[in-house]
Design a protein around this ligand. Structure first.
Ligand SMILES: C[S@@+](CC[C@H](N)C(=O)[O-])C[C@H]1O[C@@H](n2cnc3c(N)ncnc32)[C@H](O)[C@@H]1O
Length: 297
């Protein structure tokens, strides 16, 4: 596919969530640990706003994922936002994504390492929206006992994500794939310590609704880690190419948009603080520039 390839650059088995999670630690100095120089090794940093909120009384899920998924609301939204694609299309997309992103992942690894360092000892329950084939699972340490919920509408991603979890040493008992969309996340309010989303707000149907859901499921003081590709600067040749190829990209790459101003959406979505940097990657070709950062609830 143009887009997520080097060229240009099982059914659900929810196991449910219990309410017995211990109190997560509060990241009181989180903003200091993120690229303190202001100039990250992987790109130019734009500090839009930085403030970290904390909470002493997080609330954990009382309702299981299984029971939520049986609710008409979640399944209806899944069908509406991401109508079922043919099996072959979903498998092809998953397999191309799995193989085609390796160079990109190598190049973005420095940025991701900085981001995920923010979760160290600070996040026991993590939700990843649009988890895809699970390229971020390697950033969790099995020793941290982290539990990861991976939401994605494409169920063909599950086996790749599970394999990535195993390769990362994350026990499968600590990883749950949930077939759902970011616009209707089947988790309770304030039920996770962190939300991760990489290259996904380009693909969701409704960016603002997804951001609202991310905020809803995050506990107060929780962190949202993001890496997203956004529209190039207006008037540049790259921006022109993106506009021309946008419809094709949406068809080939399962709804991915090339011209979204996702940084603006994130900055305006009501998080208490947003740290946002921008970089350009040689492996990403037309899915440049990319923004990455941390938002605090
Ligand atoms: C470009 S892939 C990125 C996957 C992975 N996050 C990564 O960094 O490689 C976009 C992912 O978003 C998923 N997706 C598409 N629409 C979605 C939605 N409405 N909510 C959540 N995920 C969605 C796709 O199935 C796909 O796995």
């Amino acid at each position: 596919m143009i887009l997520y390839s080097p060229l240009f650059s099982s059914p659900i088995r929810p196991r449910g969530i219990t309410s017995s999670s211990p109190t997560p630690r509060v990241n009181s100095d989180a903003s200091d640990s993120f690229c303190p120089s202001g100039l990250c090794s992987c790109g130019r940093r734009r500090l839009i706003e930085a403030a970290v909120a904390t909470s002493l009384f997080p609330v954990f899920p009382s309702t299981s994922v299984a029971s939520k998924l049986q609710s008409d609301d979640y399944t209806a939204t899944l069908r509406k936002v991401h109508p079922p694609r043919p099996d072959w299309y979903e498998e092809l997309y998953a397999s191309v994504l799995n193989k085609g992103m390796r160079t990109y992942e190598d190049e973005i690894a420095g940025c991701k390492s900085e981001l995920f360092a923010r979760l160290k000892g600070n996040a026991e329950r993590v939700l990843e929206i649009g988890i895809g084939t699970g390229p971020n699972l390697r950033y969790y340490s099995a020793d941290d006992g982290v539990r990861v919920f991976g939401v994605d509408p494409n169920r063909k991603m599950e086996r790749y994500a599970q394999a990535a979890a195993v390769a990362a040493g994350l026990p499968l008992s600590n990883f749950e794939f949930i077939q759902a969309v970011g616009e209707a996340i089947p988790l309770d309010d304030a039920s996770v310590d962190a939300v991760v989303g990489t290259l996904v707000l380009c693909s969701v149907k409704d960016v603002d609704k997804t951001l609202k859901e991310i905020k809803r499921v995050l506990r107060p003081g929780g962190l949202y880690l993001f890496v997203e590709h956004v529209a190039a600067k207006d008037g540049t040749p790259l921006r022109f190419i993106q506009s021309v190829l946008d419809p094709l990209q949406q068809t080939l790459a399962d709804g991915c948009h090339l011209t979204r101003e996702t940084g603006t959406n994130i900055s305006r979505s009501g998080f208490s603080g947003v740290e946002l940097s921008m970089t350009s990657l040689s492996s990403a070709s037309i899915i440049n520039p990319q923004i990455y950062g941390v938002a605090s609830k």
